[in-house]
Design a protein around this ligand. Sequence first.
Ligand code: NAD
Length: 464
Amino acid sequence: MKKTNCTLAVLGGGPAGYVAAIRSAQLGAEVVIIEEKDLGGVCLNRGCIPTKALLKTSEIATTIKRSKEFGLESTIKDKNWNVAVDRKNRVVKNLNAGLEQILQSRGVTILRGKGTVLSDRKLLVQTDVEPIEVNCEKMILTTGAVPLIPPIRGIDLEDVISSHEALSLYFLPESMIIIGAGVIGLEFAAMFSHVGVKVTVIELQDKILPNEDHEIAAELLKIMKRRGISFKLSASVIDIQKEVGGLSVTYLMGKKEFTQSCEKVLVAVGRKLNSDIFEKLSLNIVKGAVVVDENMETNLKGVYAAGDVVGGKQLAHLAFMEGKVAAENALGFTSKVNYNAVPSCIYTYPEVASVGMTEEEAKQKGISVKVGRFDFRNNGRALTLGEREGFVKVIANQDNIIIGGQILGLNASEMISELTLAITLKAKADDLADMIHPHPSLSEAIWEACGDLLGRAIHQIKRK
Ligand code: NAD
């Protein structure tokens, strides 16, 4: 059998894996990365990037629908979703090729095929051509996660799809029921409803986005309802059946049973970590997550893990950082992930972005907080853009040090970096309130929210 030796083997070519490989190569290691499907993992191929490419089409549809308001009345003549999907595929392909070039330019060996861990120093890769044994000094496990399929009757019917298939629909369905009002469910609800699909979201809990700030989640729910998305909260799907032209979905709300027809059902109830493939290693795995220390090292010396498979927030940018930290520690350097400043973004209309603690979390931890808030309806730039929905919340401790922030509004995913930087640098609300923000800009809402926290917001009517 063909054999290869390396300093470091990385199993999985997603955001954690490819960053670990690139960083290790930058530090002079001989690196092998093993990927069964496409480089870039779920994020690049079936997640972050393709959803955002398709969401751009939905955003354009929204702009056209509002065109009269801006003095340029236009209508949507044809909806060719296949063109949008092709465009998305080109974006993905472009990034795929770029990533492969980057890895090659760094001298990383890419092995394509299913990798199996044989021991803490050995892997077997089943490539198309031949099996290859990889012997390494250290390894980093970055095997990610896959969509969770709940045990519902009829879940395996052809028109019941996961986020993966939803990204490659060449025709828009008339109607869709989305199970789960988490991040994935809501991004797809926004994507499809804005191009005219009749969307109903069925959620087990009595609110959407259970892990977000309650006020933001409640406001987003109102906005999405106003835009025509229907929500069934505190509801659970119990049965899906095939019927002429689509599916019939039965769900329970309280003790009452309801049935609704639709063309497609999209399941978005969370993701299952790919940690059940390490049976040859005596890894410490708790609730499906590979346990790591602050160096991203597992209970086995020299075996590291990073990204979704270690549990916690499943975010590509967190995976980037965990991959980098795992690589640096594996190669004898010392680095850590700052888990206090992890931004998370939801690409709905408008967007949601948050970092650090919410008001509720701080209270649960017994931290007494000060909260500043500023509404976009009082922000000049938001009004010029016709985007007055949403607000910024800044959370600080009693010394005014910023420990959290949440934004609901246009471009929230871009603006959250200011609050992430503030938390990283342990800045005070005073620092941001005294910093000059460009006018007119949406980011002024952060300046004003910090001002509000200190009792000195400018463009705000005095609170009673
Ligand atoms: P999630 O955990 O965010 O949400 C799942 C939702 O489904 C929850 O609200 C839950 O209460 C509900 N649910 C569970 N079982 C149900 C059932 N049987 N019937 C109805 N509702 C049910 O999971 P997700 O949205 O699938 O996302 C998975 C992960 O991927 C998350 O960690 C998410 O943060 C991450 N992700 C992030 C982004 C981003 O950063 N923009 C995008 C996509 C996914």
